[in-house]
Write a protein that binds this ligand. Structure first.
Ligand code: GLU
Length: 300
């Protein structure tokens, strides 16, 4: 089998049902993959049980299905990937790139909360976090939509956590290991994660993983000006309004709106055909309120 040139993914965390912001992310990554004849994978990022909501994973998949967003292959569950994360951690610890840290938040507050290699390595104990040591030089990240990001990881981020003190794996580690494992070539996701990309690029380089191409589209914000999130109970999208929801998402992504609206499949086929990355808005965080009037979608 030839290796596809494009493997994209949507990677929701099951911390609640999909809202319009996350549907926009699913649709953008789906259309970008399908317009390139690529594969589109779904990965359930269920590595943080304290933040998860029972049944949210099934509900998210059900919503994708009702909106015609059918994924290729099986859903990868991060909860099954501990062995891969442990092996990456072992490599980083063995090579001295990662270290055990028992600094408390209070201790770190003396350093603006940024860890810059100043803790005393504790005795071998499980009651500690594992952090990645980061270099004091500028790391560059490139994006197909955003301006390049130049970040000094040590000054701006600090030695970041790979495994938490409570034993759970950190997003930064899991996302890098799994993007590599699944052969992801293109990451299309919300701009709230753009600032994480230099950390992910650095980890990829240490683990010998190829860098995907990135495209970060602007996230939709709520009436309070903050990113819509499941934790702040943004309204779930209703499956019974799938066509309206897809039209709103296309409108936000500034894509041409298909005339064929009689079925989800015909709408998506037209959206794939006319998908145009050049039209994506680069820096706007359009408020959710621009889409709704008293809870009713303002259809374009
Ligand atoms: N699981 C993350 C979220 O739901 C997305 C991770 C990613 O796309 O890299 O926000």
């Amino acid at each position: 089998m030839t290796h596809p040139l494009y493997i994209g993914r949507f990677a929701p965390s099951p911390t609640g049902p999909l809202h319009i912001g996350s549907l926009i992310g699913a649709l953008a990554s789906f259309l970008d993959a399908k317009a390139s004849n690529g594969r589109w994978l779904v990965r359930m990022e269920n590595i943080d049980p304290p933040r998860e909501i029972a049944g949210a994973d099934r509900r998210i998949l059900d919503t994708l299905h009702h909106h015609g967003l059918c994924w290729d292959g099986d859903v990868l569950e991060q909860s099954t990937r501990s062995a891969a994360y442990e092996s990456a951690l072992a490599h980083l610890l063995d090579t001295g790139q990662a270290f055990r840290c028992s600094c408390s938040r209070r201790q770190l507050s003396q350093f603006d909360g940024i860890h810059r290699g100043h803790c005393v390595t504790p005795e071998k104990t499980d009651d500690c976090a594992i952090r990645l040591r980061v270099p004091d030089h500028i790391w560059h990240a490139h994006d197909d939509l955003q301006q390049p990001l130049h970040q000094n990881l040590q000054q701006e981020v600090g030695d970041f956590i790979l495994k938490r003190r409570d034993g759970y794996y950190a997003y930064q580690l899991a996302v890098v290991v799994d993007d590599g494992y699944q052969g992801i070539t293109h990451v299309v996701r919300g701009s709230d994660l753009w600032v994480s990309t230099p950390r992910q690029r650095y980890l990829q380089s240490l683990l010998g993983l190829p860098a995907p191409r990135y495209l970060h589209f602007p996230v939709i914000v709520g009436t309070d000006g903050h990113k819509l999130s499941k934790q702040t109970f943004a309204a779930p999208v209703e499956n019974s309004r799938a066509i309206d929801n897809l039209l709103l998402a296309l409108h936000f992504l500034n894509q041409p709106l298909p005339d064929s609206r009689h079925s989800i499949d015909s709408l998506l086929l037209a959206a794939i055909k006319h998908w145009d990355r050049q039209r994506l808005p680069a820096v706007m965080g359009q408020p959710e309120s621009a889409f709704y009037n008293h809870g009713e979608p303002l259809l374009p």
